[in-house]
Design a protein. Structure first.
Ligand SMILES: [Zn+2]
Length: 177
């Protein structure tokens, strides 16, 4: 982790240990995480531009890199829960460190796996209705539209949050074996 240097700003503008710019970065990261985390769970194995390693979908990797990233972000968000207000977290030594980890994780995941603008087949997570691996992640059709996850077999409609939840169950299941 790279150490940020504090820029000289008016001390009254600091939010705890964070500069106003860093605080804005934190807020942006949390906002991005809202759509990014469910996407990462839905995406499963997808290749990244970076690194040039071609991981094919049939690769027997136990857990996709996208899930590891989603899980890390989830975990950081959970660890920030004890602070009612982000400002309180920013004012705490441990809290501000978690904040920095969070925005770095979110920014790097968003860079590696930007949410797609075309429909994407969901891997590993089954339809809650018909239990088949047939879910499709569908991007918003227009600004302000919702992301939908639709079963291509039975037409069942799910939210990205439902898929994210089920993906966590698959990960837990996997971790037990
Ligand atoms: Zn179905």
């Amino acid at each position: 982790m790279t150490q940020d240097t504090y820029t000289a700003v008016d001390p009254t503008e600091m939010v705890g240990h964070l500069t106003p710019r860093q605080y804005a970065r934190l807020e942006r990261a949390i906002d991005t995480a809202r759509t990014l985390v469910p996407w990462l769970y839905a995406a499963g194995h997808i290749t990244t531009e970076q690194g040039g390693r071609t991981k094919r979908a049939e690769a027997p990797l136990p857990i996709p890199a996208t899930w590891v990233a989603a899980h890390t972000i989830d975990d950081l968000l959970n660890r920030l829960q004890p602070w009612d207000d982000l400002r309180d977290a920013a004012a705490d030594l441990q809290g501000q460190w978690l904040c920095r980890c969070l925005w770095q994780e979110v920014e790097s995941a968003a860079r590696n796996w930007p949410t797609e603008e075309k429909p994407h087949k969901v891997v590993y997570v089954r339809c809650r209705q018909c239990q088949r691996l047939a879910l499709e992640w569908q991007p918003p059709q227009y600004a302000g539209d919702d992301i939908r996850v639709v079963c291509t077999v039975c037409g069942h409609l799910e939210t990205p949050e439902m898929v994210a939840w089920d993906a966590r169950l698959v990960i837990d299941e996997h971790a037990r074996h």
